[in-house]
Design a protein around this ligand. Structure first.
Ligand code: AP5
Length: 251
């Protein structure tokens, strides 16, 4: 069953209905990688496996986009417009949103950060935030995939606007075409999965991702994983890489 992510998605005073089950060895992971590499898909599987909460900044902004227009600030309106066209949001905007949700980093079940940090400024701010909360990252997983596979994954993705379930028309189709399996809503294509926005996202990623990867390489917590193959193959590879990196750090 999907975990309650109310505190992360809504921020402010919002609380998760069911408190997270604290685990003895909570995993605190960052998932890095270009758009469409499968971060969200793997985050859901890892969340089920480790009991850690899937914290996606993209999901926060898509949740805000569903609010009535009068509940969004003019700055947020401009940011959402840029997001629909495939642009990155400003560090100030993103960091404001993440700081407001800082208590999610203390989640007893751990967390899987997906889509954040995306710039070195964000990575440094995350270091400071985690330091202030007294928690450390277990590792940073960097997924990689050739561009033609990224484009195929993005162009075939369909999402549920009601429950956020993610499908793919070739690799993970719903039981009934165009209809969400869990909730029955009509599936849609994300606006930023249209061809012009995809080109822009991939172009931006080429210049922003590498410095973030280097940031974590220097901290010696980077774990590189190929995203080639089926969802289950990538998941198995991720678990193996994590367990090897944990035994390396104990050795
Ligand atoms: P965000 O939502 O974070 O998007 P993204 O990073 O571009 O990543 P995606 O969600 O597109 O892809 P994914 O890697 O999660 O792939 P998925 O698992 O869905 O951000 C969106 C926007 O928000 C940004 O562009 C920006 O505007 C803004 N934003 C968010 N955070 C920000 C930040 N920190 N700073 C600034 N701006 C920010 O998989 C893709 C498809 O492939 C699916 O259909 C899936 O079913 C399929 N699939 C997955 N794995 C496999 C597999 N192994 N084999 C076959 N198919 C697969």
């Amino acid at each position: 069953m999907a975990r309650d992510r109310t505190a992360w998605l809504k921020g402010g005073e919002a609380r998760c209905l069911e408190g997270p089950a604290a685990t003895r060895d909570p995993k605190r992971l960052v998932l890095l990688g270009p758009p469409g590499v499968g971060k969200g898909t793997q985050a859901e599987l890892l969340s089920g496996h480790f009991g850690a909460c899937h914290l996606s900044t993209g999901d926060v902004f898509r949740t805000v986009a569903k609010l009535d227009a009068d509940q969004r600030s003019p700055a947020m309106e401009t940011a959402l417009q840029s997001m629909r066209q495939g642009g990155l949001l400003s560090d100030d905007m993103v960091l404001g949103v993440v700081r407001e949700r800082g208590r999610c980093f203390k989640c007893g079940g751990g967390f899987l950060l997906d889509g954040f940090p995306r710039t070195v400024e964000q990575a440094r701010a995350l270091d400071a935030l985690l330091g202030a909360e007294g928690v450390e990252l277990t590792g940073v997983i960097a997924y990689d995939l050739p561009v033609d596979r990224l484009v195929a994954r993005l162009s075939g993705r369909r999402v549920c606007p009601r429950c956020n379930a993610v499908f793919h028309h070739d690799t993970h189709p719903p039981r009934t075409e165009g209809i969400c399996d869990p909730c029955g809503a009509a599936l849609v294509q994300r606006e930023d999965d249209r061809p012009e926005a995809v080109c822009k996202r991939l172009r931006i990623c080429r210049s922003t991702l590498e410095p973030v990867i280097r940031h974590y390489e220097e901290k010696r917590i980077l774990i590189e994983v190929s995203a080639q193959g089926t969802v289950r193959e990538v998941f198995g590879r991720t678990l193996r890489a994590l367990s090897e990196s944990c035994s390396d750090s104990i050795a």
